[in-house]
Design a protein around this ligand. Structure first.
Ligand SMILES: C[S@@+](CC[C@H](N)C(=O)[O-])C[C@H]1O[C@@H](n2cnc3c(N)ncnc32)[C@H](O)[C@@H]1O
Length: 258
C-alpha cells in the first residue's frame, strides 16, 4: 500500500465518520447483522458496501441491481458490484430462494415501492428475515430516481400488505443528527463543493459526477464546522432525544412460517 493509499483511506474514514447518515446506517446494520443467516440477497446492492458486515453470519451473499438506474463506478468495474441485474419488476429468483433479504436506502428509488417490497417477501423463505433501511428525511439524491420518504407507520402498512410480520423498527439518528446532517451537506456540497473529492474517495458513487471546481480555500473553516456538528449531534441526540425525528428507519420483518 502506497502513502497515497494510506492518506486516501484515512480521509475516507474521516469522511464516513462525519457523514452521519452513513455512520448511523453502518451502526444500525452492525446491530441487526446477527439476525441474518443462510443465503442473503442484497436488493439494490450498489457496490455491496455492507458485505463485510454480514459475511460472518451468512453462507452466501448475492447482490442485485436495477439495470436502468445503477451507475457503473470504479468499484463495480473492479468487481465489487452486483452479481445480477434486472429490469426492476420481477426479481429473477424463484419463490422462497433466500433466508435473508437486505435492502439499504433503495425503497425511495422506485416508483413502485409496494411492488418491490412484495418481491422481497416473495423470494424470502418462510421464517426468513427482511432487513430494510429507508430514509425519513434526506436531501434529493440520484435524481430523477428519487420518489419517496418513509415513516414507521407507512413501513408497517406496506409490510402488512406484503404479508410480512414486523419485528422492530429502529430510528437511525434523531433531531440533532438530522439538523447536523443537513447543515453539513450544505457546507460540503454548496460551500466547499467537495462532492468530487468525496467521489474520488469512493463515496457518493451512485450520484451524478460532480464537475464543479472545489473551493478548497473554504476547508479550514468548513472542516472544523462539520466535524464539530457531527460530534455535537451525537451527544445531543442522547441528551435531548426527540423521537419524532430521524434520518432513516431500519426495519426488521419476518416472513411467517408456512
Ligand atoms: C442510494 S443507492 C443505495 C445502494 C446501496 N444499497 C448502498 O447503500 O450503498 C440506491 C440503489 O437502488 C437501486 N435501485 C433502484 N430501484 C431499484 C429496484 N427496483 N430494484 C433494485 N435496485 C434498485 C439503484 O440503482 C441504486 O443503486
Amino acid at each position: 500500500m502506497t502513502a497515497r493509499d494510506v492518506l486516501r483511506n484515512a480521509a475516507r474514514r474521516g469522511a464516513h465518520w462525519v457523514d452521519l447518515q452513513y455512520s448511523l446506517t453502518i451502526q444500525g446494520l452492525h446491530d441487526v447483522a446477527p439476525l441474518a443467516r443462510g443465503e442473503l440477497l442484497d436488493v439494490g446492492c450498489g457496490e455491496k458496501p455492507y458485505e463485510s458486515i454480514f459475511r460472518p453470519f451468512v453462507t452466501r451473499y448475492v447482490g442485485i441491481e436495477h439495470e436502468g438506474s445503477y451507475t457503473q463506478t470504479d468499484a463495480s468495474a473492479r468487481g465489487t458490484g452486483p452479481d445480477h441485474y434486472y429490469d426492476g419488476t420481477r426479481l429473477p429468483f424463484d419463490d422462497a430462494s433466500f433466508d435473508t433479504v437486505l435492502s439499504v436506502q433503495v425503497l425511495e428509488h422506485t416508483p413502485s415501492p409496494q411492488a418491490l417490497l412484495n418481491e422481497m417477501a416473495r423470494v424470502l423463505r418462510p421464517g426468513g428475515t427482511l432487513l430494510l433501511s429507508a430514509p425519513f428525511s434526506f436531501r434529493l439524491h440520484e435524481e430523477p430516481h428519487d420518489y419517496f420518504r418513509y415513516t414507521p407507520h407507512g413501513l408497517r402498512d406496506m409490510c402488512a400488505r406484503a404479508e410480512l410480520d414486523v419485528v422492530r423498527i429502529d430510528a437511525q439518528g434523531g433531531l440533532w443528527s438530522l439538523l447536523a446532517h443537513k447543515l453539513n451537506s450544505f457546507l460540503a456540497f454548496r460551500v466547499a463543493i467537495v462532492g468530487g473529492a468525496m467521489q474520488a474517495m469512493g463515496k457518493l458513487g451512485h450520484e451524478a459526477r460532480e464537475t464543479r471546481r472545489p473551493r478548497y480555500w473554504t476547508v479550514p473553516l468548513v472542516g472544523p464546522m462539520v466535524v464539530g456538528m457531527s460530534a455535537s449531534a451525537r451527544v445531543l441526540d442522547r441528551m435531548l432525544p426527540d423521537p419524532s425525528e430521524a434520518l432513516s428507519f431500519l426495519l426488521v420483518a419476518r416472513r411467517p412460517e408456512a
